[in-house]
Design a protein around this ligand. Structure first.
Ligand SMILES: *Cc1c(COP(=O)(O)O)cnc(C)c1O
Length: 423
């Protein structure tokens, strides 16, 4: 294998070289530098985000980006795939080992592409799909009218109990019995609790439906043993690789042997063209990292951090939906402080605290959705979460000193302590 030459004049280079970008395209280099500074300067609490490792970034920025590779290892439509085939074989083996799945497809370009492929493998246009309704925390691919899922399927939405915010399994069962869906989807963009996968399996079996788990958010916790796995229960598991799992932006599918061929054909050639081999190599790196003991520690710390942050926010007067969290995710209602979600997000942003708004289980108001994956990757623990809760409250009250506190805290936990492109 070629070795990276540290000399700035090295002519042959297998991967990213920020110095070259700065020389040849200072305009885009400035964007990259500016984003690195923005990510490091504030508190990144967007629940779907994380900081990938320098090794993942190196694979992403490598010459594997040059390679066309339609098809699967050993059966490609392009020549010269023998080297990159190895990256995909390693990624698939690591994914299977990490999640205890019989089959893995690591080619989906995104979480949405993974869901599209799962539906393509199992459903025909016009089939009925039972998934979490968007106002309750369903993803766009779970039946939004603006998404292919809402256009091509007859989608029935289940919800959460308005008072407890918890999944209402009796309602899921009743809707399944009434509508006889071809597939049931379990998964959400904002549900902070573990779904009961066994209960969903039972309901799916009762009505003869496939069970699709869209574990885009919790799959990283599953990898670290900090959340129950949907793999033993679902016919197909869809996931992203870039959320708590901390890999490159992308998707993944897991299933049993009996659906393996249908899933593979649903990805390529049905919904995608050539695989992105640099991303697949980066996924392999991330799966390798996630198999190490340090990742298990991280995944459990993510959950502890979310619990402590939730307790802190509750003590500051915010209302936590479902009363807390089992995961990296928190959804909170700032209404008790006299703010709606949008105003709250703007005040937090002004202090350098970055997060999203979300729907709430009740009413029309917006809440706030946040997660602890990125700050945990930075090395923050429970003590820092208590501080984040205090800064949150300061920022929501519009106090100027919140911004200084955020900067000071973030400075102590740089996401890339050794990154060559820092300041
Ligand atoms: C993030 C997410 C997706 C989509 O992932 P993209 O990579 O943005 O396409 C799908 N489903 C759920 C539940 C998600 O949280």
């Amino acid at each position: 294998m070629p070795v990276v030459d540290a000399s700035p004049t090295a002519p042959a280079h297998p991967g990213a070289d920020f110095g070259t970008l700065e020389r040849l395209d200072p305009e885009i280099a400035a964007v990259v530098r500016g984003e690195a500074e923005r990510e490091a300067a504030g508190l990144q609490l967007v629940a779907a985000e994380n900081f990938t490792s320098p090794a993942v970034l190196a694979a992403l920025g490598s010459v594997l980006a040059n390679k066309y590779a339609e098809g699967y290892p050993g059966a490609r439509h392009h020549g010269g795939c023998e080297v990159v085939d190895e990256a995909e074989r390693i990624a698939v083996d690591r994914a299977k080992g990490l999640f205890g799945a019989a089959h893995a497809n690591v080619q989906p370009h995104s979480g949405s592409a993974a869901v599209l492929a799962a539906y393509a493998a199992l459903l025909k246009p016009g089939d009925t799909l039972l998934a979490m309704g968007l106002p309750s925390g369903g993803h766009l691919t779970h039946g939004a009218p603006s998404n292919f899922s809402g256009r091509w399927f007859d989608v029935v939405g289940y919800g959460v109990d308005a008072r407890s915010g918890l999944l209402d399994y009796a309602q899921v069962r009743e809707l399944a019995r009434t509508h006889r869906p071809r597939a049931i989807v379990v998964g959400s963009i904002s549900y902070p609790r573990h779904p009961d996968y066994a209960a969903f399996r039972e309901i799916a079996d009762e009505v003869g439906a496939y069970l699709v788990a869209d574990a885009a958010h919790p799959i990283g916790l599953v990898a670290g043993g900090a959340a129950p796995s949907p793999v033993p229960y679902a016919d197909v598991v869809c996931a992203t690789t870039h959320k708590v799992l901390r890999g490159p932006r992308g998707g993944m599918l897991l299933c049993g042997e009996e659906l393996a061929e249908r899933i593979d054909r649903a990805v390529f050639p049905f919904t995608q063209g050539g695989a992105q081999m640099h991303t697949i190599a980066a996924k392999a790196v991330a799966f390798g990292e996630a198999a190490r003991p340090a990742f298990t520690t991280y995944a459990h710390q993510v959950v502890s951090n979310a619990r402590v942050l939730g307790e802190g926010l509750a003590a500051e007067g915010l209302a936590l939906t479902t009363g807390g969290t089992d995961t990296h995710l928190l959804t909170v209602d700032p209404a008790p402080l006299g703010l709606d979600g949008r105003e709250a997000r703007a005040r937090l942003a002004a202090a350098g605290i970055v997060l999203d708004t979300c729907a709430l289980p009740y009413g029309e108001g917006r809440g706030l959705r946040l997660g602890t994956a990125a700050v945990t990757t930075q090395g923050m623990g429970e003590a820092q979460m208590a501080r984040v809760a205090a800064l949150f409250a300061l920022a929501l009250r519009g106090e100027r000193r919140a911004a200084g506190g955020v900067r000071e805290l973030a400075r102590r936990f740089p996401p890339y302590p050794d990154a060559p492109f820092r300041g």
